[in-house]
Design a protein around this ligand. Structure first.
Ligand SMILES: [Zn+2]
Ligand SMILES: [Zn+2]
Length: 392
């Protein structure tokens, strides 16, 4: 068994010939650039790419396979230049009849399965070529389909007010899923505004793995959250065993933002355009109760929790990490310098020596990186779609 870095939520922005795959994502987020960046700059071993059911992306994957840049594995997944495995699938939005939309992630083992699933989803979507996200299905229907195609099914950013199942649709899974479908949920993605300890307050999630993924809409954001998994090798099948914690495989640690840095951590008044301070849970604006409030993840969890926050059983440890781009005074040039010296962002965040960092970028930034490792940075909460902040 070996330990691997895994990030299962990276978006594709464009096809290699310039077609838009997903709006509001960076132009250079092509399938191939993601693989290259993950392999050489980030040091990630398994990447889950969503938006891969667009026929334009399928065409890109076929080209990489033809050119020998990438190979399909017998146990599923695609190996890129020897030691990165790409797992391909989709993020799909569903709508519940009683209201509320949710996103889920799904991954499939082989190119043929992805093609077949893509054909099936054409029936449930308006334009799968350039928007492979919004469907007309309910969550339970989508879960059934994914199961029929032998896929992995994950609830995405489960607690966020926009499009998270608990944030937008329901207090309990059983209101939305058939019992047998609950058993086919392989993992819940915590999202940037929650951590393991917050999510553990919902007892029905016992037995379902927690994932911390980046939900990257640009190359630098890949790996801002990731998981360390213990697997026997790299493939779709190994990943599935790991998510189900079977045969010695499993998630051994989650690395993610301090939830306070997430965009939806606290409740936010959309009329006053500010975070509403005060004791949780906050669901109303203290200036005018008719104002529209976007309920924060912390506040929402406080409302739907059925037990205390210190109940976290034997879940893998959640490590807080602050990506370089969050640190005051750190821009792309500084990041470039650090990567040239230390290899990958993972190495800089977790291993590089303080003095050596200071030699490259000065003592102040070195101090931030080391304080981040120790959880000693002083932070300001995010909310309403605005990230939290590291105080200078
Ligand atoms: Zn989403
Ligand atoms: Zn207000």
């Amino acid at each position: 068994m070996k330990e691997y870095f895994v990030d299962l939520h990276v978006h594709i922005g464009r096809s290699s010939d310039g077609h838009i795959i997903k709006r509001a994502t960076s132009n250079d987020l092509t399938f191939e650039n993601i693989a290259y960046e993950a392999r050489y700059k980030k040091g990630i071993n398994v990447i889950g790419v969503v938006d891969a059911i667009s026929p334009y992306v399928i065409r890109d994957m076929e080209r990489l396979l033809d050119e020998g840049e990438m190979e399909e594995l017998d146990d599923g997944g695609f190996i890129y230049r020897g030691d990165l495995v790409m797992i391909a699938g989709a993020e799909i939005e569903t709508r519940e009849p009683k209201g509320g939309n949710a996103h889920s992630l799904m991954f499939f083992p082989h190119l043929e399965t992805i093609k077949d699933f893509s054909k099936e989803m054409e029936k449930h979507m308006t334009n799968i070529y350039t928007n492979s996200l919004v469907s007309r299905l309910r969550l339970n229907e989508l879960a059934h389909l994914v199961k029929d195609f032998g896929g992995i099914f994950i609830l995405a950013h489960a607690f966020t007010p926009y499009k998270g199942i608990y944030g937008s649709c329901t207090d309990r899974l059983s209101n939305v899923f058939d019992k047998e479908m609950i058993e086919s949920i392989q993992a819940v993605e915590l999202g940037l505004s929650a951590d393991t300890y917050m999510a553990c307050q919902i007892s029905e999630l016992d037995g379902i793995s927690f994932l911390s993924n980046s939900d990257a809409h640009s190359l630098p954001k890949m790996g801002r959250e990731y998981n360390i998994m213990r697997l026997k090798g790299l493939s779709f099948r190994e990943l599935l065993l790991g998510l189900k914690e079977e045969r010695g495989r499993g998630i051994i640690a989650n690395y993610g933002l301090d939830p306070r840095l997430g965009k939806y951590n606290r409740s936010f008044c959309l009329s006053c355009d500010r975070i509403i301070e005060g004791e949780m849970p906050i669901t109303e604006c203290d200036i005018d109760s008719s104002h529209r409030v976007l309920v924060g993840v912390m506040d929402r969890l406080e409302i739907i929790a059925d037990r205390d926050i210190d109940c976290h059983m034997d879940r893998p440890k959640y490590h807080y990490q602050v990506p370089l781009e969050f640190l005051p005074g750190v821009g792309p040039k500084t990041i470039e310098k650090l990567i040239n010296r230390f290899g990958t962002e993972m190495d800089i965040l977790h291993n590089a020596d303080e003095e050596e960092i200071a030699e490259v970028v000065g003592e102040k930034i070195a101090g931030f990186i080391v304080s981040a490792r120790q959880g000693k940075l002083s932070l300001e909460h995010g909310g309403g779609g605005i990230y939290g902040r590291v105080k200078d």
